[in-house]
Design a protein around this ligand. Structure first.
Ligand SMILES: [Zn+2]
Length: 475
């Protein structure tokens, strides 16, 4: 094992004359070329080859600059940080044509869901900070995603994917919308996918567990999605909805998902969150000490980590918080993987060869959770953290630590969030705050420190006339 020396080594310049943002597999080394659409999933991915195939961005900082605009729409403001933008310009598009494409999609989303994308509020909440005993020069900042498109952060991931699809189809002359979109989800991701797909006029298959909320299923139907309920088969581990999704993808569907291993572009869209957080804090000169991020499949944390990285590399941002992924006691495969990787390391920080080794020995770190999880934080009960390695790496290199919280703390955090912030967040959405509560309680956060959480999803009202969800299903 090696130490930290390699971390500061420059990435070899292997880009010119290609695009300044390119995609490569973090597991096997596959590199996408610029002469055809970049696949959403590594084409070399095989079941059971024990390689962690995730397509990830490779930036050429010399040919990228931090966006200077102040447009309210993050997909316009940060367009210069999207692969699709550079693909479009290389194909002869003007900047105005690209912006017009984004704005056309935004208008359609507003027609379906009532509003398009805007930078979401991010501010220090005084009452919450006071209740947790923070001093005036510290405190808790909340990034409020509950009023974002479809009521959560999930649509960010899928908007990035849709823009990439639209541009690639145009540039490479592929029939627009010729392939079905597909997603496995029990809640916010499915709703987000349905809104974005409807706005784009594309067909969407949604695979849901048997205990999906009736109100969510009803809304999916209104949005025109084709919903399939997936039963967990006795004696099998792994999420049955994910298994059905993989079958659909193998049959030709586009992985319109927020799982990084199935859809690398989902991470890119989600990075708008990290870009917005950096922009806001840098503008106000605020030092952020800790960021708590709830983790299910891992795309949110992965995207935040990558977005903050971009801001430091390209924009000179000073925002470099310790990253704390937060999971429920009911299912915490990321914390397990973190502990196993940390145990292998001589130092607290992984070197590149440690990461490479881990990416090629996935089963030593990540496998489906053995027991059926139940929690009030229903949105983070993924059997596996699909994007685990990027999250563990970001956690270790930032000096953060995973936090696993029990049901009482998840409930306490949600009640505290509702009582002090006025934000109508659900228990999954406030799970990061539960991690903050746990560390504060254990004396790991100083009262003068500045910490941030992301309230990711709005509370969904129960459907009064709907039957209760069937018992005995997954999650
Ligand atoms: Zn690969």
């Amino acid at each position: 094992m090696t130490g930290v020396a390699d971390l500061d080594a420059p990435t070899p310049a292997r880009f010119a004359p290609g695009l300044p943002i390119r995609y490569a597999c973090a597991g096997c080394g596959y590199e996408a070329t610029d002469d055809r659409p970049v696949p959403l999933r590594c084409p070399r991915a095989r079941l059971d080859d024990d390689i962690d195939h995730v397509l990830t961005r490779r930036l050429d900082p010399a040919r990228l600059s931090w966006p200077a605009g102040d447009e309210p729409d993050p997909f316009v403001r940060y367009r210069g940080l999207f692969h699709a933008y550079h693909l479009a310009l290389a194909a002869g598009w003007t900047d105005a044509r690209y912006v017009a494409l984004v704005e056309r999609i935004e208008a359609a989303i507003a027609g379906v869901d009532g509003l398009g994308f805007r930078a979401t509020p991010f501010e220090r909440h005084a009452a919450l900070s006071e209740r947790l005993g923070f001093a005036h020069d510290g405190g808790v900042w909340v990034k409020d995603e509950t009023a974002n498109v479809s009521g959560s952060h999930k649509a960010r991931h899928l908007m990035g994917t849709l823009i990439e699809l639209e541009v690639a189809e145009s540039v490479f002359g592929i029939g627009p919308g010729s392939r079905r979109l597909a997603i496995a989800s029990c809640g916010n991701a499915a709703l987000a996918a349905a809104v974005v797909a409807r706005a784009a006029g594309r067909d969407l298959d949604v695979f849901v567990p048997t205990d999906a909320h009736p109100a969510v299923v009803a809304r999916l139907a209104v949005l025109g999605a084709n919903v399939t309920t997936c039963v967990r088969e006795p004696g099998t581990t792994g999420d049955p909805t994910v298994r059905r999704l993989r079958e659909a993808i193998d049959a030709g569907a586009v992985a319109f998902t927020c799982q990084g291993n199935e859809n690398g572009f989902a991470i890119e869209g989600g990075q708008t969150l990290g870009w917005e957080i950096s922009t806001e804090l840098d503008a106000r000169g605020v030092r952020l000490d800790h960021l708590f991020v709830q983790v299910g499949g891992g795309a949110l944390a992965s995207a935040c980590i990558a977005g903050l990285d971009d801001a430091r590399v390209l924009g000179g941002s000073t925002v470099a918080p310790r990253i704390h992924p937060v999971q429920a006691t009911a299912v915490s495969p990321l914390a397990r993987a973190h502990d196993r990787l940390a145990h292998r390391l001589d130092s607290d920080v992984p070197a590149d060869d440690d990461i490479t080794w881990a990416a090629r020995h996935r089963s030593a770190f990540m496998w489906p959770w053995e027991t059926e999880p139940h929690s009030i934080a229903t949105g983070i009960l993924d059997d596996e953290t699909y994007d685990w390695l990027a999250v563990v790496r970001g956690t270790l290199t930032s000096g953060g630590t995973p936090v696993v919280v029990d049901e009482a703390t998840l409930l306490e955090a949600n009640e505290l969030a509702l009582a002090t912030t006025g934000i109508d967040v659900d228990p999954t959405g406030s799970a990061g705050l539960a991690g903050l509560l746990a560390l504060r309680r254990h004396g790991r956060l100083d009262s003068t420190e500045t910490v941030a959480v992301i309230f990711t999803g709005v509370r969904r009202g129960a459907a009064p006339d709907a039957p209760p969800p069937p018992s005995g299903g997954p999650r």
